[in-house]
Design a protein around this ligand. Structure first.
Ligand code: AHR
Length: 487
């Protein structure tokens, strides 16, 4: 039987709400069709934004949205996306599918999306093919109130007030699609570009340097050694790619071995964070600089008969378990992980939402974010899990993952039974106190079950299959399930 011991007196600090952030790139049908359909679309919209998708994002209390990429960010020239839509420059999105990008979704549209969702913008500027002047003027356009020519342009385009964007990325994957730079070269570029990203008024720009891919500690070492005092955050990208880059799994057709490989791949992000955190601790012992995991999630084969450059994949209970495992790790590492952004919001990779024409599907991953939302800005609580080892010989995994937090006197525990076919009992105790009662919600299904257009079987349901015994809570968790338990 598995046991979870909670301790109210031991905490790593506050779980930043930004850990529950998302990412929307000009890639496939994420922005166009997924979020933005234009004002004249028959699909119900407000100023061009799909009503259904915005509502779904609001329901998660989405705190922050990263845009415009991704690899796209280092090809994006922000001036192409302002002014009258019909006059905007057309380009070919060479990274993603070779389709024409008409720039109808630009800065004003992104800021309008954030306003409707109630989230903060996180913008990544172009280092790879852009200039310092271009990036500097974008910040000015967004944040300055001074009567300059750049600001007058914003006024002319209908926005009087400065938006006050805080989160600012200086390049994306500069070691790869963002310019193939060496760490030393990028570090100097970072230092130069960020110098001209000025602070305007009371708004304090939170500057995020391009960080490592996966466990590339040498990148982190060079960045931290030479630029830690000029950054607020260091990004990290880590995808779960079972089978490897050239032999990716299918999203919906997989074996139990694939399932365990996927979960153990996802859980390995804990080790990777640990490696980078140890370097960051040497240069930044106060933990001022946040590790910003601004791309994470599963990466499978694209669905048959879809554009390979659109990265469209379905999303099963296996993805839900990856989300639970990952978010538990981020919660437990909240002293260093200050933000995370799942890749991506709609129709791309481990999407939380899928759309097809005017239809929308909430994926199992969406429901995990829903179950975890009480953790946002709550105090992390020590949550010690003792569970049987399971998985395969090559990919061993504990059968239970969990994390806990406290806010306004109430404890939220998120707990998952990773066993795909076996229910199990989990006993939860609270150090020095008796548990009196609880409320629960759950998501459960077969490991390869998914929601589809016209077939919505997976949803969050009320859950009460638990009882208090001798001051502890005994939970009977069904197989392949994620639960939120509030004490
Ligand atoms: O999320 C898809 C792509 O993955 C992003 O554009 C890039 O940053 C990463 O390689």
């Amino acid at each position: 039987m598995a046991k979870i011991s909670l301790d109210r007196n031991r905490s790593k600090g506050t779980i930043s709400r930004y850990i529950y952030g998302s990412f929307a790139e000009h890639l496939g049908r994420c922005i166009y069709g997924g979020i933005y359909v234009g004002k004249d679309s028959p699909i119900p919209n407000v100023n061009g934004m799909r009503k259904d998708v915005v509502e779904a994002m609001k329901n998660l209390r989405m705190p922050v949205l990263r845009w415009p990429g991704g690899c796209f960010a280092d090809e994006y020239h922000w001036r192409d996306g302002i002014g009258e839509q019909q006059d905007r420059k057309r380009m070919v999105n060479t990274h993603w599918g070779g389709v024409v990008e008409d720039n109808s979704f630009g800065t004003h549209e992104f800021m309008e999306l954030c306003r409707q969702v109630g989230c903060e913008p996180y913008i990544t500027g172009n280092v790879g093919s852009g200039t310092v002047k271009e990036m500097s003027e974008w910040v000015e356009y967004l944040n300055s109130d001074g009567d300059s020519t750049v600001v007058q342009e914003r006024w002319k385009n209908g926005q009087k007030e400065a938006w006050g964007v805080r989160y600012w990325g200086v390049g994306n994957e500069s070691w790869g699609c963002g310019g193939n730079m060496r760490a030393e070269y990028y570090t100097d570029e970072y230092r130069r570009f960020q110098t001209y990203c000025r602070q305007y008024g009371d708004n304090k720009l939170y500057k995020i340097a391009c960080g490592p891919s996966d466990a590339d500690v040498s990148w982190t070492e060079v960045l931290m050694k030479n630029a830690a005092n000029m950054m607020d955050g260091l990004s990290m990208h880590s995808y779960t790619i079972p089978g490897g880059w050239n032999n990716k799994n299918r999203a919906t057709v997989f074996t139990q071995d694939d399932y365990w490989e996927t979960l153990s791949f996802a859980a390995d992000i804990d080790r990777k964070i640990g490696l980078h955190a140890a370097i960051m601790d040497r240069y930044d012992p106060e933990k001022r600089v946040g590790l910003i995991i601004d791309e994470w999630g599963t990466w499978f084969q694209v669905e048959p008969d879809t554009n390979p450059g659109f990265l469209y994949q379905q999303n099963t209970m296996r993805d839900a378990m990856v989300a639970a495992v990952s978010l538990d790790i981020f919660n437990k590492r909240c002293d260093r992980v200050h933000m995370a952004n799942i890749a991506q919001t709609v129709n791309v990779l481990q999407a939380i939402i899928l759309t097809e024409g005017d239809q929308m599907v909430l994926t199992p991953t969406y429901h995990v974010f829903d179950l975890y939302k009480e953790h946002m800005d709550a105090k992390e609580l020590d949550c010690y899990v003792e569970a049987e080892q399971t998985g395969t010989e090559k990919y061993p995994m504990p059968s239970v993952t969990a994390s806990a937090s406290e806010k306004d006197g109430r404890i939220t525990l998120t707990v998952s039974n990773l066993e795909p076919e076996k229910a199990q009992e989990i006993t939860v105790s609270l150090k020095g106190e008796a548990i009196r009662g609880a409320e629960g919600r759950i998501l459960t299904g077969k490991m390869d079950e998914y929601n589809d257009f016209g077939k919505n079987t997976l949803a969050v349901k009320a859950f009460s299959d638990f009882e208090v015994k001798d001051g502890a809570l005994v939970i009977r968790m069904p197989a392949c399930a994620v639960a939120e338990i509030r004490l």
